[in-house]
Design a protein. Structure first.
Length: 318
């Protein structure tokens, strides 16, 4: 991609497999970004058998024919449809092809919000030492209506031991981060982003933007209980690997996924039982009694009750 002076190139990879129902919104959200930057957009399709490739080709042709209004400096649009080894493999291969110094990945059921890239590029440009930038994100339903905000927090290394508070589609990193710590762990299928943030946080500071940059789409497949349980198990394994001791909030999410798959009780009324299971699982996983300050236990339990009462804690990663 030819560029003038030092105008930034933003490389975005979209891994996808049989997401024809949602991928068009994802593509449009990237191609519609406006600002003083170049977009290097790479779609890594895993050999979809639905209409995904047809939709991908549609936007390739619109760009070639000049029938798509480009609102940035230029767009380089590339795609590949080939069986892969999963999402992490697809993203890594896409990043290996990337020409930009600012990198991201956007799943094929997520979208960038208008002016997201402008906000991110402005920050990277004004602060050349910036390594990782992330902002706020929404959970939306299949129609795009807002359900709630992602449980985003200001950057706190210690808090990463308890929760992944960084919304993946609203996060962007400089290529030097990957040069230092390596790419996604391809053995992970759910928590590859969490692993990346933990590794990157040991080497770099992150910059939080108090602006909404992206949305996560919640649909039937993303809400499946089997996926909740598998993600919770992988999160426990990941935190054990990085920190040895797994703290109660992560074990609570695991216990909740296990419990809610076998009960019709509302989450509010089930919480005391889930907390009991959390205590038991803590001992089982860490092979020790909880060495967690009593005040922090109390504050954390209050937070769980309030989020459950308000209906905000319906994702295991919240």
């Amino acid at each position: 991609m030819k560029r003038q002076n030092e105008t930034p190139i933003v490389s975005i990879v979209t891994p996808s497999y049989n997401q024809g129902q949602f991928i068009e919104d994802t593509i449009k959200s990237v191609l519609s970004q406006e600002g003083n930057f170049y977009i290097d957009y790479i779609i890594m399709d895993g050999g979809s058998e639905d209409n995904s490739v047809e939709i991908i080709k549609k936007y390739e042709q619109l760009l070639k024919d000049g029938r798509w209004t480009i609102r940035c400096k230029s767009i380089k649009y590339r795609w590949l449809s080939k069986k892969d080894r999963g999402q992490s493999d697809a993203v890594n291969r896409g990043w290996a092809m990337a020409e930009g110094e600012i990198l991201s990945w956007l799943n094929s059921d997520d979208t960038l919000l208008p002016e997201a890239l402008k906000e991110v590029v402005d920050l990277f440009t004004q602060n050349p030492d910036t390594a990782v930038v992330y902002g706020e994100g929404y959970f939306v339903d299949e129609d795009g209506s807002i359900i709630s905000r992602f449980n985003t927090r200001h950057f706190d290394r210690e808090l990463l031991q308890e929760i992944d508070y960084i919304p993946q589609p609203a996060a962007f990193l400089h290529k030097r981060v990957l040069n230092r710590i390596g790419m996604l762990d391809e053995s992970l299928h759910y928590c590859m982003d969490y692993d990346l943030w933990i590794r990157a946080s040991r080497e770099f500071d992150f910059t939080y933007i108090n602006k909404y940059l992206a949305s996560f789409k919640i649909h039937k497949e993303s809400k499946s209980m089997s996926k909740w349980i598998n993600a919770a198990k992988e999160e426990i394994m990941l935190l054990k690997r990085h920190f040895i001791i797994v703290r109660p909030p992560a074990i609570y999410r695991y216990a909740k996924a296990l419990f809610m798959s076998n009960t019709k009780l509302s989450l509010l009324f089930a919480t005391p039982l889930i907390l009991f299971v959390t205590f038991f699982k803590y001992i089982q996983i860490n092979k020790r009694l909880p060495l967690y300050p009593l005040r922090k236990w109390i504050d954390w339990i209050k937070q769980m009750y309030m989020s459950n009462k308000q209906g905000l804690d319906f994702h295991i990663w919240d």
